[in-house]
Design a protein around this ligand. Structure first.
Ligand SMILES: *Cc1c(COP(=O)(O)O)cnc(C)c1O
Ligand SMILES: [Zn+2]
Length: 455
């Protein structure tokens, strides 16, 4: 077999990709088993890829292979996730891959915003430009594909998938489950997700249960419901999701012709995605595709900042809080499940954890919008944190910084409207730009334009 073939490696079996305990207990578990935590110590699992078989290709051959696939119509390799199939789940059969050509999101130079913020080499990875409008699609294509393969196996107990969600996970799960024809059950905190986020799983035919609690409360219930093996848990404590989510970091490097940026800033809640970024970079290091790690920045909303508090504590203890109300509802999480993975991600990349208040995130989003973006509140958190780190001198003006924009601004119209109407609680909308209501009279219109443009 040629090393540049686009076919999956025929030697790709369960033996080279399996679950193992993240805390280091002995034992391998098939990724087609219904198992989420280590049976010995209760820690999260991680999907491990044996490195030796992957070294059959040299770094250049891997780069060529991935470059030749991504963004093409060669199904499923055109997908940004499945272009890296051998690094994700090599043992999946073609007919079980549930893909809507996710990934391949644009990475653009934010020239004007970068200059304003004092970091001219600023780039935005626009992950919200995706099938369900957030980067959760990347993990869900992998999880639902594995479930499809499980359901094709004789004697497998799985009948449906379920998740608790702050909005975007459920949208992605509902869409991929509907594409595959698998029933999905969604647990949402009633009244705490945006209208757009609520209506997505409703439209995709999921069983949507709105519970009178917060995300952490929904998470407890879904864990009980999925104790029975017939319903498969799709939250990010299921480390299959991480395998897809890690491709975003690899994709950024690929888009820079395999060059590693200095900084990557990402808004964090349950801490799965920052763990995933780290895992992808670690894989590239081990395979020799890159020779340095980027510094990862975890950006939290001050209203829901347990990871920031733990960081300030030198990661001595895991801190949990009751998450307060924040505009950044997708990261409103008080008891992050991937805490230990994220600590490792920050420590091994010389990373930083910083937080942003409601006023700071709203202002940062509005400021970026005035340079042509359309930021969701979570991206606002990341940008506000970027501003702080540039101001404090931690991020230097000659360094390359990437902000991961995690969801599409159009999912958060209410946030935008209230900002520009100056109706957000306790926030002064310094950059509000409400429409002017002018009588339909040419002279009145001319006067208004002259006033605005200073003519
Ligand atoms: C899920 C999500 C995050 C945070 O990811 P975690 O893995 O929970 O840390 C950030 N932004 C958006 C829009 C999300 O949907
Ligand atoms: Zn263990």
């Amino acid at each position: 077999m040629s090393t540049l073939t686009t076919e999956p490696s025929s030697s790709a079996t369960d033996a080279q990709t399996y679950f193992r305990c993240f805390a280091g207990c002995e034992g391998k578990h098939s990724i087609y088993d219904v198992i989420y935590t280590c049976p010995t110590c209760g820690s999260l699992l991680e999907v491990y890829h044996e490195r030796e078989p992957l070294k059959a290709r040299n770094p250049y051959q891997w780069q060529q292979l991935v470059d030749s696939r991504a963004s093409t119509t060669k199904w499923p390799y055109g997908s940004g996730v499945w272009a890296m199939r051998e690094w994700v789940v090599p043992s999946l059969r073609d007919e079980n891959i549930v893909s809507m050509c996710e990934g391949n999101t644009n990475l653009f130079w934010a020239e004007r915003l970068g200059r304003q913020l004092g970091v001219p080499d600023l780039w935005i990875k626009l992950c919200g430009n995706s099938h369900t409008g957030s980067f959760k699609d990347l993990g869900m294509t992998v999880l639902v594909s594995v479930v499809k393969q499980m359901m094709s196996m004789e004697g497998n107990p799985v009948k449906a998938v379920a998740c608790a969600s702050t909005g975007d996970t459920s949208a992605a799960l509902a869409a991929y489950a509907a594409y595959a024809g698998i029933p999905a059950v969604i647990f949402l905190p009633a009244g705490k997700v945006s209208t757009a986020q609520l209506i997505q799983p409703v439209s995709n035919g999921a069983h949507v249960l709105a519970l009178d609690t917060d995300f952490d409360g929904c998470m407890k219930i879904v864990q009980e419901v999925t104790n029975d093996q017939s319903i498969y848990l799709a939250n990010s404590m299921n480390s299959l999701r991480i395998e897809g989510q890690k491709t975003v970091g690899i994709e950024i490097v690929k888009q820079f012709d395999w060059e590693v940026p200095d900084w990557i800033i990402i808004p964090v809640g349950n801490l799965g995605n920052i763990s995933a970024l780290h895992k992808g970079f670690k894989l590239m290091m081990d395979l020799g595709l890159i020779n340095k790690m980027p510094r990862l920045v975890a950006a939290q909303a001050a209203k829901a900042d347990p990871f920031y508090q733990s960081y300030k504590n030198g990661f001595k203890d895991k801190i949990s809080v009751t998450a307060g109300e924040t505009l950044a509802n997708a990261i409103r999480i008080g008891d992050p499940v991937s805490y230990h993975k994220a600590v490792k991600a920050v420590q091994e990349t010389d990373g930083v954890v910083e937080q942003a208040t409601e006023a700071e995130l709203a202002e940062a989003a509005a400021e970026a919008d005035l340079t042509g973006m359309y930021c969701c509140p979570h991206t606002g958190v990341a940008l506000a944190v970027l501003k702080k780190l540039v101001k404090s001198g931690q991020i230097k003006s000659n360094e390359r910084a990437i902000v991961i924009s995690t969801a599409h601004g159009l999912k958060f119209t209410d946030f935008k409207v209230r900002y520009h109407e100056s109706k957000l609680d306790d926030i002064k909308s310094e950059l509000a730009n409400p429409p002017a209501y002018v009588s339909a009279d040419a002279n009145a219109v001319k006067d208004e334009i002259a006033k605005r443009l200073g003519l």
